[in-house]
Design a protein around this ligand. Structure first.
Ligand code: HEM
Length: 146
């Protein structure tokens, strides 16, 4: 069970990385290029929301199964987890920052929908998706993943 979910989380991350990157570039290009907001802009921002929410669910499942998450083992004290870079990444930084990433995507998506004209729509998406994108890139376990 753990291995199957680990593989899904690992491969789904490629899709999340690709789509969130595309949606962020699209929002920035739309805003700076002063384009008209089109149905394809809605689709790419919605797709980023969907794939990241699915990754959140997979991430929550793996959090309770992974041997790298030691909160529930009773073996480590909080101080020991915080002192060890790998333990800190999987137990604290990665889950927290990825949840924040998804919060930013969700807020950006819902706020942009309420705007009625193109520039404010792109502006909201560009701000929130860029923050989410930077947060996501900052806490992907690149060395273990690639
Ligand atoms: C945007 C969302 C997320 C992305 C892009 C992402 C990406 C990744 C990647 C690339 C790995 C390394 C996989 C590997 O080594 O093969 C990983 C591992 C992990 N992620 Fe996430 N993740 C996300 C959200 C979450 C969330 C929300 C949680 C928990 C609440 C979580 C918990 C974990 C855990 C526990 C591992 C270690 C799994 C293991 O190897 O045992 N992730 N994640």
């Amino acid at each position: 069970m753990y291995q199957a979910i680990q593989i899904v989380h690992s491969y789904w991350a490629y899709l999340v990385l690709l789509i969130v990157t595309l949606a962020t570039i699209n929002a920035l290009a739309g805003f700076f290029g002063k384009r008209e907001y089109a149905p394809k802009d809605f689709r790419v921002s919605l797709f980023a929301l969907i794939v990241s929410h699915i990754q959140l669910l997979i991430g929550l499942a793996i959090f309770f199964l992974s041997p790298l998450v030691v909160w529930f083992s009773g073996t480590y004290k909080v101080g020991e987890i915080m002192k060890d870079a790998t333990l800190r990444l999987y137990n604290v930084e990665h889950p927290t920052v990825m949840i924040l990433t998804i919060v930013f995507i969700t807020i950006g998506y819902s706020k942009h929908k309420k705007k009625l004209t193109s520039t404010p729509k792109f502006k909201i998406l560009a701000i929130f998706y860029t923050i989410a994108w930077i947060l996501m890139l900052s806490r992907i376990p690149w060395a273990q993943w690639f």
